[in-house]
Ligand binder design. Sequence first.
Ligand code: IPE
Ligand code: IPE
Ligand code: MG
Length: 243
Amino acid sequence: MKDGQARFGADTGLHVAILMDGNGRWATARGLPRSEGHRAGLAAVRRVVRAAPEIGISTLTLYAFSSHNWERPASEVASLFRLLEEYFCDVTDCHEGGVRIQVIGRRDRIPPSLATAIEYAEQATRPGRRLELRIAIDYSSREAILRAATCPRPGRETSEEEFARRLALATHGGPATPDIDLLIRTGGEQRLSDFMLWEIAYAELLFVPCMWPEFGLADLEAAMDDYLGRERRFGRVPEIAAS
Ligand code: IPE
Ligand code: IPE
Ligand code: MG
């Protein structure tokens, strides 16, 4: 049994979401172009994806490119898309590690070669059962909610479950995913930047100062320790919540 499994249990089955922020500042502080920060950020993604299933995470949602990030210089956007394409073109590690890739967000504005690489990665990793890896690209939570809220039968009441199903259809065309248990944001900012606004209704939030390229296994384990030490009450009093 690996260390992580011993500490956290192999089947905690948590949904963790990460707002991977700080690539640009990490690079600038080292006199490097921002694209090098994104490259180092991708290495951090690989580390975290490898470690996640060992420490009880069964679903991992990563924010890679927001719909607002189109406002960045075209050269930075292009370098990000190139890196993402590189990632999706070689998914051997994911395939061998039982990781199933699902990209969420719009597909109609990204470069066609990236869309093709995404389809390839999703297809190639479909049998994966150890970790559901969801990567948000050209994603806006508000936009997804708006699309889901466009009711086919106006006036008809909707349950939370049905809305969650419609939201999943609006973001990736698949079945609803479990609510997020823990949301981590690196880079020191304490905001949500239009990420998973519906799915984090009862998530525990953790804001960490380290820049995303520096985030490693020890940080992920510390985040899990922090999460497991919290009491989630869901509106109940402590005695009832604990039972
Ligand atoms: C996160 O890092 C990656 C993306 C948003 C694509 P940033 O690029 O936002 O890095 P900072 O926040 O400018 O340091
Ligand atoms: C959020 O980071 C988006 C991603 C991590 C992909 P930003 O750097 O774009 O967010 P703001 O602009 O600081 O809110
Ligand atoms: Mg940022």
